[in-house]
Design a protein around this ligand. Structure first.
Ligand code: PLP
Length: 373
């Protein structure tokens, strides 16, 4: 594969060894024979789906999961072998493509199966399906045993479709209180008990359910997303992790201009920052079109091992920082990651933006190249 050349110094550095270490630790944590489903939806949570999928498969994951048909096709174009599961809804029109490409779809409605059936009559391979049980997430899935039995029978009586799995998803697994979680488990177990035949793959846990609520919920496979990337699903999970997770994502750039401004001079749109004394200002080529959204104004970045604040409004393509002294053009700037003894974590950004860490690498846009090491 030809490596593209990038001239702008702004880049996301993805530590594939960290991802492999996380997969290995997760695998060791699981009972033998429990498969790891590596969740690489949304371009692997912004880390780059193909490189992450390759690293995860090498480290012991056996199945890849994505959210959409297009993500699945993108993965399949790079990996011929592994099972790929689409966790979200797929349109009926995708059914023959899924059969041809050996992509497993999520099933939750008998109507869908009936509409897909005529599109599958000429396919050589059966379309494989995992039934989704809505045990309390309220998103996708059958919501009663009756619905489950109806869907099961529709699948069994339809040519060219094959039941390969059944799964559910937890809404509160990252919280200390287990009431809702336990209700979900109960309903899922009830669903399993009314299945005339257990399909190949029963799976329920995501990162939080697996790391917090533990082993009886491993079933045949566990779907790991956020933990692959070295992040905790919530501060509660972080506080009780059974082993450390290693973050894989850092965000870097360089100073492209450095100058001293006088007291009373200002910086940026709206002239919202005014220097109180003579101040060194550095310009960084990264802005809100890269995902460094304007709400991050005031956030610190690392320069020469020190924390320095973003000053003034963040522009579309650039932002400015206040420096303690003059630095040369090309001085490294770390927006997320480590320099010396300081770390600016994805969690720090998430707190600043009043969101969860999952959202942060996802909002770093495609203009920022992902560089693997
Ligand atoms: C995204 C997703 C996961 C992964 O969850 P993490 O919290 O990132 O481990 C698992 N299952 C489903 C259905 C998902 O949508």
């Amino acid at each position: 594969m030809k490596t593209q050349q990038y001239f702008r110094p702004t880049k996301a550095m993805i530590d594939l060894q960290a991802i492999q270490q996380n997969v290995k630790n997760l695998k060791e944590f699981l009972q033998p024979n429990v498969q790891i489903i590596a969740v690489v939806k949304a371009n692997a949570y912004g880390h780059g789906d193909v490189a992450v999928a390759r690293a995860a498969l090498e480290a012991g994951a056996t199945i890849l999961a994505v959210a959409t048909p297009d993500e699945a096709l993108h993965i399949r174009a790079h990996f011929e072998e592994p099972d790929i599961l689409i966790l979200g809804a797929s349109p009926v029109s995708f059914a023959p493509y899924a059969a041809q490409q050996r992509i497993i779809l999520t099933a939750f409605a008998s109507d869908w199966i009936q509409q897909a059936a005529p599109l599958l009559v000429n396919e050589e391979l059966p379309l494989r399906l995992h039934i989704k049980v809505d045990s309390g997430m309220g998103r996708l899935g059958i919501r009663s045993e009756q619905e489950l039995v109806e869907l099961y029978e529709t699948i069994q009586s339809t040519a060219n479709v094959e039941l390969d799995g059944i799964f559910t998803h937890f809404a509160t697994a990252d919280e200390e209180n287990s009431t809702h979680f336990n209700q979900q488990v109960q309903f899922f177990e009830k669903c399993l008990s009314v299945m005339p035949l257990k399909p190949r793959l029963v799976h329920a846990s995501n990162t939080a359910a697996s790391l917090v609520k533990n082993s009886h919920l491993q079933y045949d496979a566990v779907r790991y997303g956020i933990s692959l990337y070295g992040l905790s699903p919530s501060p509660y999970v972080e506080s009780i992790l059974p082993f450390p997770l290693k973050p894989a994502f850092s965000l870097e750039s360089e100073l492209v201009h450095v100058k001293q401004i006088k007291a009373g001079e200002s910086v940026g749109y709206g002239a919202t920052f005014t220097a109180q004394t003579e101040t060194w200002i550095g310009t960084i080529p990264i802005g809100y079109a890269d995902g460094v959204i304007r709400k991050l104004g005031g956030q610190e970045v690392l320069v020469d091992g020190q924390k320095v604040p973003i000053v003034g409004r963040i522009c579309m393509d650039q932002c400015m920082v206040a420096l303690p002294k003059a630095y040369a053009i090309g001085e490294k700037v770390t927006l997320i990651g480590q320099q010396g003894q300081h770390v600016i974590s994805i969690d720090e950004w998430a707190t600043k933006l009043e969101t969860i860490n999952y959202e942060i690498p996802c909002i770093i846009t495609a203009r920022v190249p992902r560089i693997y090491f």
